[in-house]
Design a protein around this ligand. Structure first.
Ligand code: 6PG
Length: 467
């Protein structure tokens, strides 16, 4: 049959990836563990070359060699069992690609196992949700570069394109692609949380209506905050509930779910000594939101301050919120990209940070105008340790920090919860402090545990008999 690529897993993402490949001229074999999803996809075909198979062996045998098989299967044990079902029918140099949100360490493990059998494996981060999968996602492939080169013509074709450049680039060895996708999701969590905090201030403190806030997000989306998440927030706020006529946002239960990638991002940072407070706070905010019943009880018991009554100049304060949001985002991205840099150094991955910022400009959930600035920062300084000290961002945060300080103080005095905005400010203030209070912590450790300390004026390790 000589299908040019095969897709296994025909949920929404898998079906859309298969259609995207077929729309781009590939002859696609598809297989799903259960028949219903295959049949559902077949109803969506309009002349594209998509050929269904209901037997794994026949699916594999229909592929041109070296075979290229793209898995869009739920991360976890299902991937291992699909791989096991494929292996008996594969030959050396066939390529399996995992396009799901797999943990990067699982990907590295699968890479090693398959390598020992001569089968090539790529862990491919894909972002963009179902629309991105169909029309062009951002694609983060990890594995052997020469194996990537074999599938690059397909991947670059199906990726989002920005200014004629595909949002797909080789990321690094083994699990590097899935690692980059994982941290992308962590950044996504922080970005989303920062937006919700800006919304809280506009609604609760400035008393803007939901429509006014939506218009405001639309306006912000014309400027340097331009991004997919700002755009969809405006659309979400405009949406009315069919049943009640209220803004839909007002009837959605305030409990946030998560599928794990944000948690993995924080865990990896904690394990490796990487400061990731903003992303981690955004994760914890989701956990607090999940305690709905407890929060309802607590509201009866725990009074906060009265909402400040002082009249604020709306236009001026909307601008402060904009600056606070921008600066919070810079700090969150600075943490995420520091995680890339530190992990890349740790594993010798040589992650292409400049290109990672470029492939995030289109297709993915965190696509945003200011990724151009991030990419430019790494272009002029490939070894940049932190985005905050890149000249462009250093200048921005110098200007915008007063907005962030005003919003955090005013919000906190009004009893508004600001986990990520306040953490951004703390991170900024601690990062820009050359001589910090950590000396006192070291002294405390030495006092009760003789853990020793270093001195600023002498080499060596010291212990004081404090008593
Ligand atoms: C993407 C998304 C995608 C998914 C997340 C959502 O880049 O397309 O990040 O991967 O929407 O898994 O994560 P939570 O369910 O954890 O919020």
């Amino acid at each position: 049959m000589n299908n040019t690529i095969g897709v296994i897993g025909l949920g929404v993402m898998g079906s859309n990836i298969a259609l995207n490949m077929a729309n781009n001229g590939e002859k696609v074999a598809v297989y799903n563990y259960t028949r219903d999803l295959t049949d559902k996809l077949l109803h969506r075909i309009e002349g594209q070359q998509i050929n269904p198979y209901y037997d794994v062996q026949k699916f594999v045998q229909s592929l041109a060699t070296p075979r290229k098989i793209f898995l869009m299967v739920t991360a976890g044990a299902a991937i291992d069992s699909v791989i096991s079902s494929l292996v008996p029918f594969l030959e050396p140099s066939d390529i399996i690609m995992d396009g799901g949100n797999s943990h990067y360490e699982d990907t590295a493990r699968r890479y090693d196992v398959l390598k020992s059998k001569g089968i090539d494996y790529l862990g491919i981060g894909i972002s963009g949700g179902e629309v991105g999968a169909l029309n062009g996602p951002s694609i983060m492939p990890g594995g052997d570069r020469e194996v990537y080169e074999k599938v690059a013509p397909i991947l670059t074709k199906i990726a989002a394109q920005v200014d004629g450049t595909p949002c797909c680039t080789y990321i690094g060895p083994k699990g590097a692609g899935h690692f980059v996708k994982m941290v992308h999701n962590g950044i996504e969590y922080a970005d989303m949380q920062l937006i919700t905090e800006a919304y809280s201030f506009l609604r609760d403190r400035l008393q803007l209506s939901v429509n006014e806030i939506a218009d405001n997000f639309d306006t912000w989306n014309q400027g340097e905050l331009k991004s997919y998440l700002i755009e969809i927030t405006a659309e979400i706020l405009k949406k009315k509930d069919d049943k009640t006529g209220l803004p839909l946002i007002d009837v959605i239960l305030d409990k946030v779910g998560q599928k794990g990638t944000g948690k993995w991002t924080s865990m990896q940072a904690i394990d490796n000594g990487i400061p990731l407070s903003i992303i981690t706070e955004s994760l914890f905010s989701r956990y607090v939101s999940a305690l709905k019943d407890e929060r309802v009880i607590a509201e009866e018991i725990l009074a906060g301050p009265k909402m400040e009554q002082r009249e604020l100049d709306k236009d001026a304060w909307i601008e402060y919120v904009r600056q606070a949001l921008y600066m919070g985002k810079v700090c969150a991205y600075a943490q995420g990209f520091t995680q890339y840099k530190m992990t890349s150094d740790l594993y010798d991955w040589n992650l292409p940070l400049e290109e990672i910022a470029l492939i995030f400009r289109g297709g993915c959930i965190i696509r945003a105008e200011f990724l151009n600035g991030i990419s430019a920062a790494y272009q002029s300084q490939a070894n940049l340790t932190n985005l905050l000290i890149a000249p462009f961002f250093a200048e921005k945060v110098k200007e915008y920090q007063s907005g962030l300080r005003k919003i955090v103080c005013e919000g906190i005095n009004s009893g508004i919860s600001f986990p990520c905005l306040s953490t951004s400010l703390s991170y900024f203030d601690s990062f820009r402090t050359a001589r910090s209070n950590a000396s006192l912590l070291q002294a405390q450790r030495d006092y009760f545990g003789a853990h020793t300390y270093e001195r600023i004026d002498m080499e060596g390790v010291f212990h004081t008999d404090w008593n």
